[in-house]
Design a protein around this ligand. Structure first.
Ligand code: NAX
Length: 331
């Protein structure tokens, strides 16, 4: 049998945490033959709720779950973890200034960066879910210089899956028969969901989405805004933000990163830019990637038209501004 892997979930007493930990304990993230020890971190006001989650995990009697660490101490939470899913943070409230929100997250991610750097297992893979996800990941990268850059990522897989879902609904095909959409940039409303390289399985062959969706105008307008605004639409309907789809996307992200993407398929991940596609190096930006043996690599050489380039640059510009705002909070 395999040795258990230690998986940290921060913000584990929250909405996404509640959906995510049972998925991890069932093998949806690391595979049906991979035992896990789940580490859960939250803050003092949520300590009771965290106890409740621990009780439910025990009651669910998951065969793969070999242990639980539930704590409000970041150092204890990070000890020996192989995977870290950072869901805890300070989302923006309506009445709140951007700068106040950023400043709270900068201090959280600065502190958790050093706890991870000092206590996580070597080669620990990090996924930041908490918003502003790209910039929280950037702060984590800056304050955990000994964690390799390639091991720090943020979640845009939910946006990627939303884009697959929209194409699947439009063409009335199963979502598994759509692939290779791309989310470029920030996990925010400036993200660019790009279908120019996406294909659909027609049974005989994979055909470009652009050939199958007769209304090209829909792809350039409503499709894009629907994906960009999907989070808001869910809040409107549920009176709560997306949780099960976010948890599921976090599992997909780690699963594919560690176990690999299928041949001919790419996924979107927020990763450190190396300057590809003209994106400022060092930004955490969502790119198309393939994964093999626990390593991602950017898909290179895609043709980018002017429409796409403008949208890719606009979302990069927003990330550059967020980065400046984050840095201004350090002083
Ligand atoms: P909740 O408010 O339900 O849960 C957040 C939890 O984090 C709370 O239990 C809170 O006590 C805890 N927390 C706060 N500060 C902490 C700290 N310093 N250390 C550890 N835990 C801490 O929010 P939820 O709906 O679960 O969403 C979590 C985060 O995911 C939010 O920032 C949200 O904006 C973000 N999202 C990101 C998505 C993505 O695709 N990247 C999509 C879904 C989601 O909106």
């Amino acid at each position: 049998a395999k040795d258990p892997m230690r998986v940290l979930v921060t913000g584990a007493a929250g909405q996404i945490g509640y959906a995510l930990v049972p998925m991890i304990a069932r093998g949806a993230m690391l595979g049906p033959d991979q035992p896990v020890i789940i580490h859960m971190l939250d803050i003092e006001p949520a300590a009771e709720a965290l106890k409740g989650v621990t009780m439910e995990l025990i009651d669910a009697a998951f065969p793969l779950l070999k242990g639980i660490v539930a704590t409000t101490n970041a150092v204890e939470a990070c000890k020996g973890v192989n995977v870290a899913i950072m869901v805890g943070g300070f989302p923006r409230k309506e009445e709140m200034e951007r700068k106040d929100m950023m400043s709270k997250n900068v201090s959280i991610y600065k502190a958790q960066a050093s706890a991870l750097e000092q206590h996580a297992a070597p080669n620990c893979k990090v996924l930041v879910v908490a918003n502003p996800a790209n910039t929280n990941a950037l702060i984590l990268k800056e304050f955990a210089p000994s964690i390799q850059e390639k091991n720090i990522s943020c979640l845009t897989r939910l946006d990627h899956n939303r884009a697959l879902g929209q194409i699947s609904e439009r063409l009335k095909v199963h979502v598994g028969d759509v692939k290779n959409v791309i989310i470029w940039g920030n996990h925010s409303s400036t993200q660019y969901p790009d279908v120019n390289h996406a294909t659909v399985n027609t049974g005989k062959e994979w055909k470009p989405v652009r050939e199958l969706v007769s209304d090209g105008q829909w792809l350039n307008t409503e499709f894009i805004t629907t994906v960009q605004q999907r989070g808001a639409a869910i809040i409107k309907a549920r009176k709560l933000s997306s949780a099960l789809s976010a948890a599921s996307a976090a599992c997909d992200h780690m699963h594919d990163w560690i176990l690999g993407t299928p041949k001919g398929t790419w996924v979107s991940m927020g990763v450190c830019s190396d300057g590809s596609y003209g994106i400022q190096p060092g930004l955490i930006y969502s790119f198309p990637v393939t994964c093999e043996k626990g390593e991602w690599s950017m898909v290179q050489g895609l043709q980018i038209d002017e429409f796409s380039k403008a949208k890719m640059d606009a979302t990069a510009k927003e990330l550059i501004e967020e980065k400046a705002l984050a840095y201004s909070c350090l002083n």
